[in-house]
Design a protein. Structure first.
Length: 331
């Protein structure tokens, strides 16, 4: 099998006439939209990695990853900007493909030309900072302007932040990640708001906890059940802020009654231990069963078993009926 695969590679290298060339030395300019698709395909094959390169690069990858890489390359040649940007990421980082900033920039340019605000932002960043390309403020500004007018530019800003936040990424930089998360969050991107809340809550400092509550609050205002739960967690744990079980119960209840299982489980704990509410084993059991936590969480399973043993047969019947009612209303 190995010999057949190596022979396939040899045939590809001998039959494909595409020269492996890199980016031209002249200044990059945002795409005008006038390049014919056939010409662009030819440019992609010549300037970016051709298929023989992809076969060779994927040889030592696990089968599933190799298959995904081939699929990504095929989509990239069919003008899929997400696939082209993904190849750009992979060449810049060097985690899937051999690291090559020239190949990465080439695929980013292809994606940008096909309307990817994500790739346009990265080209703007690279030209602004002089990373991987000669620094050029005018070109950077042109790409930033192009990206900011794209339909999904806010999502693209958050994706840029997510890439900066990846520790294995070649561009890892948490300061930049926070800058781009805030750009997206101020434009009401809920995932960015959640990410900022997650970042600030880890410090446990009161000033940062207030920032976390602010961003979680904005996400909660836009309907995020996770954000409501996270606010409840802050008040429940009391890290960097005064512990407040009643406030925690309020936020857990908001999230739980809309079907968020983690909040339902924490409500069960609060009712079982009487934290901020009157101890009520019936409600505790009903919320615990509704959360379905016992199937994934050994502690929850132990709690449910213990509560079952505490009930008389009549009480267990009442608790089970309440649980069925909760499941019908809150799942």
């Amino acid at each position: 099998m190995k010999n057949i695969f190596l022979l396939t590679i040899a045939i590809l290298f001998s039959t494909l006439s595409f020269a492996k060339t890199y980016l031209p030395e002249h200044e990059d300019v945002p795409y005008s939209g006038q390049t014919p698709p056939a010409q662009l395909d030819d440019d992609l094959r010549k300037k970016c990695a051709d298929y023989a390169d992809v076969v060779a690069d994927s040889y030592f990858l696990p089968p599933a990853q190799s298959k995904e890489l081939h699929h990504t390359y095929e989509r990239a040649l069919q003008h899929d900007p997400d696939a082209q940007a993904k190849l750009g990421d992979q060449y810049i980082d060097g985690d899937v493909l051999p690291q090559s900033w020239k190949q990465g920039i080439c695929w980013y340019r292809a994606a940008a030309q096909h309307g990817s605000a994500y790739a346009q932002y990265w080209l703007g960043i690279f030209y602004q900072t002089g990373a991987y390309v000669p620094q050029n403020a005018k070109t950077a500004s042109a790409w930033f302007s192009r990206a900011s007018k794209a339909p999904h530019h806010v999502t693209a800003e958050r994706r840029v932040a997510e890439r900066y936040a990846e520790r294995k990424s070649d561009v890892y930089d948490m300061n930049q990640a926070l800058y781009w998360y805030e750009r997206a969050a101020r434009s009401h991107d809920v995932k960015a708001q959640l990410a900022l809340g997650d970042f600030y809550v880890k410090s446990h400092h009161s000033s940062d906890i207030r920032r976390a509550l602010n961003w979680y609050g904005k996400a909660a205002d836009r309907g995020s059940l996770e954000a409501e739960y996270n606010i409840g967690q802050i008040y429940y744990r009391g890290e960097g802020i005064k512990k407040d079980y009643k406030e925690a119960h309020k936020w857990f209840m908001r999230s739980a009654t809309q079907g968020y299982a983690p909040a339902q489980y924490d409500l069960a704990q609060m009712y079982y231990h009487g934290q901020g509410v009157k101890r009520d084993n019936f409600k505790a059991y009903a919320w615990l069963v509704t959360s379905n936590a016992a199937r994934q969480n050994p502690e929850a399973a132990e709690l449910q078993e213990g509560m079952t043993k505490e009930f008389t047969p009549e009480h267990l019947k009442t608790a089970s009926q309440m649980a069925n009612d909760y499941k019908a209303r809150y799942r």
